[in-house]
Design a protein around this ligand. Sequence first.
Ligand code: OSB
Ligand code: MG
Length: 372
Amino acid sequence: MIFASITLREIQLPLKEPFAISSGVVEVRRILLLELIDRSGATSWSECVAGEEPNYSPETIDSAWYAIRDHLAPRLLGREFASPGEVHQALCRDFRGNQMARAALEMGAWGLKAVLEDIPLARLLGGTRAKVDTGISLGIQPSPEALVDKAAQALAEGYRKIKMKIRPGADITYLQAVRDALGPQAPLMADANSAYSLDDQNHIAQWDELDLIMIEQPLGWDDLVRHAKLQNALKTPICLDESITSLERARDMVALGSGRIINIKPGRVGGFTESLAIHQFCVEQDIPVWCGGMLESGIGRAYNVALASLPGFILPGDISPSARYWDQDIVTPAWEMDGSGRVNVPLDRPGIGVELDHERIAALTVRSHIIV
Ligand code: OSB
Ligand code: MG
């Protein structure tokens, strides 16, 4: 592949309802889309998962826009790459951090490769599943009753895992209410997005009684040492999200005992090359893996669905259908989930497997920049 042009676009896509995590709320997703055009004319679109505020990781849509426009895209333009792995290397050389910015380009290169080879992206990655198990991520609700309603509805819709966002003051009473209402078999978990410290160890240890599948990222966003101490004192497995930014961090998690499960978000780790390496490592180490989400549009979702079709993704991913987030997605067909909580991997179509709604994308675009 030879990159002839790279276009950055920002779209603003309103969520159906605000999504609250411990560190902030989002109502309208500001999404950076990339369009990569090969010298042959073949085209691939990808999505940067960075949010508007640096409340999940240090990156934002604006830092990613700048990193891609001024530093990363110029490394790719006009050059020939034999594989997305070479693109990954070119983006990593003497370049610290900015995983989400790198991932948008690197994943776009995988999408382009799939188009050039005329095969589904999931096949190119080594996916083995035709359907992926799906979970829902519920934002923090105003009351335990409101959370119970949402969780009961999700279970009725077929979701295979129900993740509930928590924060100090909205944790055990909320989770207990859902456990009591949905029963001992309900597949429940909690995600704190780094809202606690080791001072809360005794409080968190009480959650063991809730029989959660896992507790996601209770402590610092880049911490491993304190998570190891906490995991040692807990029966419930800790799943790391924010702290796993590379294969090295995944190795450190295992070496230190900081957690027992990993949520892989390709955007958080710099793309698919790193995601595949982490997946391989986790399979070897018997670490269960699942695919996280970042409120992606239908474009980013396509990449997540493809990744989640790999064999090590044995837990349901945060890969809800389009209608959970948007009145209208920017792809056709929209992503759908069947009544038993599964999303089809589009194995009958080359590339990312969905068409773009170009008119809608144009209508939602607030800025664009083309680099040739
Ligand atoms: O921690 O997994 C997270 C959304 C924004 C920022 C962080 C997280 C999330 C989610 C959304 O949980 C999952 C989804 O896309 O459905
Ligand atoms: Mg998380």
